[in-house]
Design a binder for this molecule. Sequence first.
Ligand code: ATP
Length: 368
Amino acid sequence: MATEATPTADAADLSSDDDSEIRLRNVTKRFDDLVAVDDLDLTIRNGELLVLLGPSGCGKSTTLRMIAGLEVPSEGSIEIGGEEVTEALPQKRDLSMVFQSYALYPHKTVRGNLAFPLGKMDIDDDEADERIRRTAELLEIDDLLDNKPGQLSGGQRQRVALGRTIVREPKAFLMDEPLSNLDAKLRVQTRSEVRSLQQSLGTTTVYVTHDQEEAMSLADRIAVMNDGRLQQIGTPKEVYENPVNEFVAGFLGEPSMNFLDADRLRGVDTSDDSFAETATVGVRPEDIAVAEEASGRADGGRTYELDGEVLVVEPLGNAYEVEVDCGDDRVTARLRDRPSAISPDSAVTLRLPADAVHRFGADGEVIG
Ligand code: ATP
């Protein structure tokens, strides 16, 4: 029996089946003497949300701008969906870029704002109407189509702005800190909307941020950059649990990992060759136990120790953060429960389970 095709608001209708893998090969970008991006090899897989994460000036925006076609690499090549686009104009790439500030047209309705990006495309009115309808339904702004931006809440405006990106049905979304001008609460809410939207559309997305928490919560994979160079790429869990160097270890996690001179720990087996090469050890606040507390990881493995004096105990609602003065180092521990014996000036012993201790050589690279 022949079935009639009926229009649906299924997210799959808005996504593209095309291969839209983005591949950067040995891409370098120089601005005069400054190397903004240094020999970057990076593949953004078809349909994934990849976050470019790193501190200000590390080259994330320049990388995104090269993918968009707003900058041309000094060296190397860029492919999108198997096609070389290294020097292609932005409008030839079929990508949609979302910036920090969402400028909606205040005098146009929501419908008018959504229709605007379609004006430059080669599609007829029926197709345009259908795309607007699907996009509005997906973003749950379909009952606002006749309103002007001034009549919308901040979150609704944000969704209209996202809608303008989606309605074009591009090969990929490029997002440069799109949430940084929102207040904290709206940022977290919009972040999860971006995530679920991207998942239902399955559109390849490159998302730039310096906020590690945002990166952890959004990404399929995170590419961590510093000084124009790719440091590590992996799932949030991989880069958090197995950082390849001190930079990545310190950049991910809040409060950040503690770093100590390796020779300050008690209980280290000095005959262990790999420990002999260790210059610095890193341990995350949540992996440290204080005083006689069971570490919670008592698995028969070894535990290292370090003595200190409590400086501050800070209640965080669901945990306690304890700052401990260990001579040359200040160590932060995060505890679920406050041990009764711990208060400022208490002498304590910090217990570091060996399997939670990251070891780094003098060059900052992980050992083992
Ligand atoms: P932020 O988060 O602050 O935007 P970023 O990681 O995105 O930082 P980029 O904007 O890519 O960093 O900049 C990388 C380096 O290149 C910086 O040192 C920056 O000053 C420099 N740079 C970027 N664009 C230009 C330009 N058009 N001319 C000269 N230098 C530039």
